[in-house]
Design a protein around this ligand. Sequence first.
Ligand SMILES: [Fe+2]
Length: 194
Amino acid sequence: MPNKILETNSTVPVKKGTGDKPTINKDEMKNAPLHKFFVSALKDIYYAENAILEALEKMQEAATTEELKDAFEDHHLQTQKHVKRLEKVFQLVDEKPEKKECKAIKGIIQEGEEVIKATEDGSATRDVALIIAAQKVEHYEIATYGGLAQLAITMGHDKAADLLERTLQEEEDTDSHLTDIAETSINFDAEQED
Ligand SMILES: [Fe+2]
């Protein structure tokens, strides 16, 4: 069934921590394996968000309908906010924002470029393909932000968790908006094309 919202662990409401963690010093925190993993995952999604900014511009240009062009434009503005929020999260856990190449998002974006080449300019089929490509990006981000928000709570970084959850919510909203666009018209228009 295309374009249905998938239920993943990341959409389950995030559990709040107990809040009774013993305080540890900064060096201990920075050397903990889970902290190192968390920071490495932050660098990965920081790279991904920046790559998505570029990809969204190309997708907006390639889209056929104004509705989809507008959706990509809105998400581009939102993605700029996501980059800023991640910079704040790095700061909250006492780390510097850095990018680490994310092979997964590079592959998903490359697939998006391929569907642009494989579909006709100005067609509804182009938009169908772009929506699915964009939803693959959203699902990657939803999985990442869902996991990171939960980890931030576990490690007692409540402010960072709030920021990650806000972005998670916006990614989920974007995903369902794309489903709406596909199901109200674009899928049907594409079905009529020769
Ligand atoms: Fe994002």
